[in-house]
Design a protein around this ligand. Structure first.
Ligand SMILES: [Zn+2]
Length: 435
């Protein structure tokens, strides 16, 4: 458990929820919480909770869900629009590495707190309603401790906690809300947030058709790992150039999702990843992105880092140093102009590069060149290594593609890759937290 729950707080949680929940933690970690809920679903009471139309409590869940989702999208859209205005106004002042050359771009607030976590029953509902909530209460109490124990918390001290900040379903689709334990007097609210948080993850997994609830990544490393070029991926005289790697050195059982190019602009992907709180990183190529900069602006507002994948997606080793520099620095300029931030991470198209590529990238402000160790499709994985397996820190590549390009939609692809990742016991973490 990473959360440093205060002495009284921890004791209270343990006393109130009971030792048997240790077992539930393990179940939750292996993604079986949804399965454990299955027997409850067959009961009539639970069915009412499942189908949002019938129970009053469930109605509130549903309305809270859609409200929050709408708020997120709304805030993402308006935030991006506002930011873009500002960026446009200041773009002339922004420095450009292309300056000398010509630029020829080819929680569920329904209030169903369990007695086990010390809440008084809400006033109002009839006895019948309370009975309906029974299975939900038990499930949520189980989930609360599962969430507590599966590393919702940051390793930060209680003094630095901002409960109001974590209670909000933020736009950040990171590895889940890293809740910090508040002082004991706020324990009720803290426990409730854990319940809400895990319940939301379970509900989102079901809504998006995942067979298991994605595992929650541990808190980001306090000290970022030192990354070196993978053996066999070096260039001659590569000293001091950005490292090229396929796996981030870590012992955390995490992998990283990276999505390339930008052809398919499926709004469902934004909603899905946000609701499931699965982090990912985008590598964008301008010839595809420029058809709708706004889509990726919304993505950025939802917490995704937009990185460099060149202007025109060429085979870089076939170009001169100057031409490569224009491709890489030119995309730096586009991303800065459109999204207000100059990337430090770059991926060469097709994973092909030479020494000039890395020299040019460095001169454009690039610090890291992550490739990938596995590639995801809607119906299969391609593996770089002979063991055809995931390893801690592996970077997974996939693409913004749709039915025209491959056998499925973006959500289909995510469902498939998450099935593989979760079944192998991995969580998806944010690449930027490790770079
Ligand atoms: Zn590409």
């Amino acid at each position: 458990m990473r959360a440093q729950v205060g002495g009284r707080g921890e004791a209270a949680v343990r006393a109130q929820v009971g030792g048997r929940l240790q077992a539930d933690q393990r179940a939750a970690e292996s993604g079986r919480v949804a399965e454990r809920l299955q027997p409850a679903r067959s009961g009539r009471a639970a069915e009412r909770v499942q189908s949002p139309g019938s129970g009053r409590a469930a109605e509130r869940v549903q309305s809270a869900r859609s409200g929050r989702a709408a708020e997120r999208v709304q805030s993402a859209r308006s935030g991006w629009a506002a930011r873009r205005g500002k960026v446009t106004a200041t773009r002339q002042a922004a420095g450009s590495c292309q300056g000398r050359g010509t630029h020829v771009p080819q929680r569920s607030p329904q209030g169903a707190p369990g007695d086990r976590v010390g809440h008084r029953p809400l006033p109002g509902p009839s006895r019948r309603t309370r009975l309906r909530r029974g299975p939900l209460r038990v499930c949520l109490a189980v989930l609360a401790v599962a969430a507590i124990a599966s590393g919702c918390g940051d390793s930060g001290s209680a003094a630095g906690s901002r409960p109001e900040a974590v209670s909000r379903p933020g736009p950040h689709p990171g590895p889940g809300p890293h809740l910090q334990a508040p002082p004991a007097r706020a324990l009720d609210a803290y426990a409730q947030r854990l319940i809400d948080s895990q319940a939301a993850r379970v509900a989102a997994a079901k809504r998006w058709g995942l067979d298991r609830v994605p595992l929650q990544a541990p808190a980001p490393p306090a000290v970022k790992p030192e990354i070196e070029t993978r053996p066999g991926f070096e260039v001659t005289d590569g000293e001091g150039l950005p490292p090229v790697f396929t796996t981030v050195p870590t012992t955390d059982k995490v992998v990283f999702l990276t999505i390339d190019d930008g052809a398919e602009k499926d709004p469902a992907l934004l909603r899905m990843m946000s609701e499931l709180r699965i982090p990912y990183t985008a590598f964008l190529s301008d010839y595809l992105v420029k058809k709708d900069y706004g889509y990726f602006g919304e993505m950025q507002q939802l917490g995704v880092t937009l990185n460099n994948h060149t202007l025109d997606h060429p085979y870089l080793p076939g170009l001169s140093y100057a031409e490569q520099r224009r491709e890489i620095c030119g995309m730096q300029d586009v991303i800065e102009e459109q999204y207000g931030r100059r990337p430090t991470v770059f991926r060469p198209p097709y994973g092909n590069y030479n020494r000039d590529t890395l020299r040019a990238a460095k001169s454009c402000g690039i610090k890291a060149v992550p490739l990938w160790n596995a590639e995801a499709f809607p119906d299969r994985m391609d593996w770089r290594d002979g063991d055809r397996d995931l390893h801690p820190g592996d970077i997974i590549l996939t693409h913004f593609r749709g039915r025209a390009d491959w056998n499925g939609t973006m959500p289909d692809m995510i469902r498939y890759v998450m099935k593989v990742i979760t079944a192998k016991g991995y969580a998806v973490a944010r690449l930027e937290d490790y770079l």
